[in-house]
Every structure is written in C-alpha cells, then in structure tokens.
Design a protein around this ligand. Sequence first.
Ligand code: CP
Length: 312
Amino acid sequence: MEFHQKHLLDIEHLSTADIQTILDTTESMAEISTREVKKVPTLRGKTIINLFFEASTRTRSSFELAAKRLSADLINFSQSSSSVIKGETLRDTVLNLEAMNPDALIIRHASSGAAYYLTTFCRSHVINAGDGSHEHPTQALLDAFTIRQEKKNFKGLRVVIAGDILHSRVAKSNIFCLQKLGAQVVLCGPPTLLPAEFKSLGPEIFYDFDTALEGADVVMMLRIQLERMQKNFFPSLREYRNLYCLTPQRFKLAKKNAIIMHPGPMNRGVEISAEVADSAKSVILKQVENGVSVRMAVLYLLLGGKDHEAAD
Ligand code: CP
C-alpha cells in the first residue's frame, strides 16, 4: 500500500489512488474500533497537536480518539485559552508549539489556506481539519467511506449535495472526492448560495430542489453557515425552509433505497426535518462513527506508513 503525501491539505490535489488507499486503510482501522480493547501500539511515541481555532464537536474529538486508538499522545489547543487572545500571531503560536517537537499538527481555522500556510514554515506533518470555506478533506473521506459501505461502488451514483454550497468546505472536498471516485455530483441551493462558477468543477447545478432530488442515490444536506455571511443571501429562514428543507415528502422523490447524509452540525427544521434526520434511511451517525476510522487511517498513513520518510 503506497502513500507518498507528507501532509493532508485538500482532496483537490490527491490522486484517486491516494483516496482509494485511505479508504482501504480505513477498513482495517474500523475493525480496531470493534474490539474490546480499542487500542494498537502503531503510533506509540508520536505526538500530535490538535489546533482548533474554530468550534468543533465531531472533527476534534474524532481526531483525538483516532490518535489515542493508535497509542499516539495528543494535546488539544484552543484559541480561547491560549495567548492568541493576547495578540500572538498564528505563525508565532505554531512555531512555539512546534518547538516542543510534535510529529503532526491538525489545524482548523476560519481562514482558507491556513493549513497550507503552516507547511511553509513547519517541519511537522500538517492535516487540514477545515480551513474557512476552502476544504475539509477528512469529512469528504469519511463521507466517501460511508457511501462505499452503503452502495458498494461509486460508478453511476447520483449524489445530491444541497444547501449553502458557497460557504461550504465540505461541499468542495466532496465535489473533488466523489467525482474522482466516479460518482455524478449534483449541487442544489438558492442562486445566491450556489454561484454558476461551480459548474466548472464538474457537477450539474439545480436551483429547484424537487427536480434535483429525482433519481438521487445519496442526499447530502448542508447547513446555512450564518457565521460566514456578511450580507443577506435569502429573505428569511422560513422561505429558505419552504424551498430547501429535506422533508419526508421531498425525500420520496429520491430513489427508494436512497440514503440521507449530513456532516453536522444540523439545524433541525431548517435544512433537514427531524423526521428525516432520525429516519431509517439516515446514515448521519454512521458518518460520525466512520470519522474515527478515517482519521486513524490518515494518521497511520502520514505518520506510521512505511513510505512516509520518503515524502520529506
Ligand atoms: N462535520 C464537522 O466538521 O463537524 P464539527 O464542526 O463538529 O467538527
């Protein structure tokens, strides 16, 4: 199994073979999490720092669990209890943490390109846990792993991604990942949150949700990212809900065996009804479970894989 990346910054620049390697490695990692003792010594002696400059429930805790299941030491850094609030720059903060000799830095930041920026002055492996509205590579990988579990292969699959596409790093990583794997990606949202330029990345674009849902194998809902909006992109949440909320009635337009996904956090009653989110067709908590295994695979391939020294 070959993997020659030093960092995981995005999906756009990964090859299809790299993505397949991560998904195949995830299968072995998933088995570890089913054991009574969920721990292997693979990354013993490695030190990882979780650098989260934005809030997170799933990504931060699953990277921490992933590191611990591989026996690495992980410490959590949070902006609110650090010297960032005293004015320390990102570069100085990271240089000081790197002086403590970690092996990997996992970063979530509100600025697109923050993870790449770290690679320009750090020697550690850098993993992007979400940078602004750019990419969220491990989310797309766990989504792909979940789809593969449910649908077996990607060829001919129609995956509808609906909601606030403009601000979504999850949408961008998924567009790259799913198309590289052979799926047909369909984007849907109001025109203000789905600029026509997205067509140049390959997906079909729909502004009418009912039309987009016809024949869907996978429906992936995204929340409205109010925290990244400096102006009004739609008249009111009520109008948005009327046009773009995934309700049980709308979901009937998708294929009979279609599945429902959401990266979280969900806003129940806005982009997805509670009934749909909790239905038997929902794999939302399966996505969260798979997040640990995918992140174990990523840590293993970057820090512990046989060929990682050659990537330096
Ligand atoms: N999907 C996702 O990134 O969730 P968190 O913001 O909770 O990490």
